[in-house]
Design a protein. Sequence first.
Length: 322
Amino acid sequence: MKRINIGLLGLGNIGSGTYKVLELNRKHIEATTGLDLRIAKILELDTTRERGFAVGPEKFTQDPEAIFADPDIDIVIELLGGVEPATSHMLAALKAGKSVVTANKAALAENYEALTEAAKASGAQLRFEASVGGGIPLVGAITELLCANEFTEILGILNGTTNYILTKMAEEGRAYEEVLKEAQALGFAEADPTADVEGHDVANKLSILMSIVFGTRVRPEGIPTRGISQITKKDIEEAEAEGCVIKLLASAFKTADGVECFVQPTYLNKTHPLADVRNEFNALFIKGNAVDDLMLYGKGAGPFPTASAVLGDAIAIAKTLP
Ligand code: HSE
């Protein structure tokens, strides 16, 4: 069996989910891939928190170099979140020739060129399936399986927290603040949920998507963005009276002059397939000139769905290693 040693940066919400899914499915992964994936070292300050599983204290380190300089570490998984120090750590890992898997949309959207160029320069791989759409395998679908298409538009629900809040407000008449707390407790929200509710998380994801779908680099600050913090019960009732639901949509489409894009709460007629995307589910609508209309749907947030994408990327890299 091929042994693959992983250096994990961050054992928080998603890091713990990744650890648990790897243990839960270890036998299945070994049987189907012939790979023995081991989390060998973990960069994490909080070594004592109760996570519901035991980690040998010898695995923890507070020195990132102990991971990047270790010849036995094959893959680095970055799950720290936030732009820094995550970007610097990923650049250092790639420079050291380690392939990197990340779920970090903020770091990627902010530093897409630097990170992809560092990977190209070192010949290591950079994979980021979990950064957009949680467990939905849309990055792999777009960059690999659909690469024979030219795309003209993207329309998506790309944030689980806000979709959860809007669904519970509309269907159960519950208050915004109360549902936000619930989404945080379920592990959907960012450490600072402002990024979710003000639309910045979606802008980061749309920025990444535009790079891979259109080959167009638009920084997240360049995307006109409005979140859901101002949406009231009355707005939702008015939408309902018109046969609509309110969804936080990410849109980008090709124009004669380039690409137009925005993130904003939008009235969607209940007959639209995206209107049925409820709770923490996400969906991406894309139009390719060969495949035509396509919708990818699944859980966009939460430790286990995100871990599914993270480990899928790690396994894809591991298969290519000698
Ligand atoms: N906070 C994000 C969301 C996590 O709610 O969608 C997944 O990117």
